[in-house]
Design a protein around this ligand. Structure first.
Ligand code: SF4
Ligand code: SF4
Ligand code: SF4
Length: 286
């Protein structure tokens, strides 16, 4: 197999191993979810064409190594028949990584739904460099949203309705950030400490802890690897619909301004975050 054929396969998600004649196939998932039947299909592929081994990548993709070159076309057919796709390589929008916020008891949004919407619209779009999107369902931030090119993290800001507060301390006992004090038998929030996880709102038995503001925090220009950069945060929280819109804007900005091979983090450093913010935000976000 010549270099050009190897490069074509790489683009399709069949990655040449260091051992001659073997490839590792990368199967793209939507936020790490597969059906039981798809899992069975992948197990069969690993058993029949590989060495019975399956791995998972940090982008929530599945990798089956040790596929011999001559079996690649058969493997392609099997993967297609399971309704799955391969890829996630190259200078494109990578598989969207999202935490389990849809079912996690801390989850403030349906992370899988947002991930699916972004996947359908942006996955594999060609760009100057690779582009990673991460979605965290709460400030526990299991997906490390700020080190993605574009990161979203759900937050919920509480407010004490003093007239309703009975001083039961339930909120204080459930605040892992130690951001709640009892003052004259009423809950008082220290907003410097509060990480906006919304747990106090959930546990208050008297509806005295209410939602002041909720939505997604947005981080732009994060990166991790040989060099890391924490993404710059927009000043406000946005809605799920706005998250789709802002993704379109950030990607368009990067496509227009990124030099070949340059990551968004480097574009932000080169042009300045203010210019990026001006280009990607609209009034309603502010
Ligand atoms: S980030 Fe929050 S919602 Fe998502 S998995 Fe972690 S704890 Fe659950
Ligand atoms: S849980 Fe509700 S009622 Fe109890 S102290 Fe907190 S805010 Fe007040
Ligand atoms: S939102 Fe979370 S961090 Fe903030 S006060 Fe409530 S429980 Fe504490």
């Amino acid at each position: 197999m010549n270099k050009q054929q190897i490069a074509v396969l790489h683009e399709e998600g069949y990655i040449k191993q260091k051992e001659d004649g073997y490839f590792s196939v990368r199967i793209v998932t939507k936020a790490g979810t597969l059906t039981a039947q798809q899992m069975i299909c992948l197990s069969e592929i690993a058993d029949k064409y590989g060495r019975g081994q399956i791995g998972f990548t940090t982008r929530q993709s599945v990798e089956i190594p040790w596929i011999k070159e001559e079996y690649i076309s058969e493997v392609k057919e099997k993967i297609k028949s399971a309704g799955l796709i391969t890829g996630g390589t190259g200078k494109k929008v990578e598989p969207i990584a999202a935490c389990k916020g849809t079912v996690c008891s801390y989850g403030l949004i349906d992370t899988l739904d947002l991930s699916n919407r972004l996947h359908e619209r942006f996955f594999a779009r060609e760009l100057p460099g690779k582009f990673k999107i991460g979605i965290a369902g709460c400030p526990n931030n299991c997906v490390t949203a700020p080190i993605h090119d574009l990161g979203f993290m759900a937050q919920k800001l509480p407010r004490v309705e003093e007239d309703l507060c009975k001083g039961c301390t339930m909120c204080k006992r459930n605040c892992k950030a130690n951001a709640i004090e009892m003052v004259e038998k009423r809950a008082k929030i220290d907003y410097e400490k509060c990480v906006q996880c919304g747990q106090c709102i959930k546990v208050c038995p008297f509806k005295a802890m209410q939602t002041e503001k909720e939505g997604l925090a947005v981080f732009i220009g994060g990166k991790f690897g040989r060099r890391y950069r924490i993404g710059d945060r927009l000043e406000t929280l946005i809605s799920i619909d706005e998250a789709v819109e802002i993704t379109e804007r950030v990607i368009a900005f990067y496509d227009k301004n990124g030099l070949p091979g340059e990551r968004l983090a480097d574009v932000v450093d080169r042009l300045g975050i203010d210019r990026v913010k001006a280009a990607v935000t609209v009034k309603s976000y502010l």
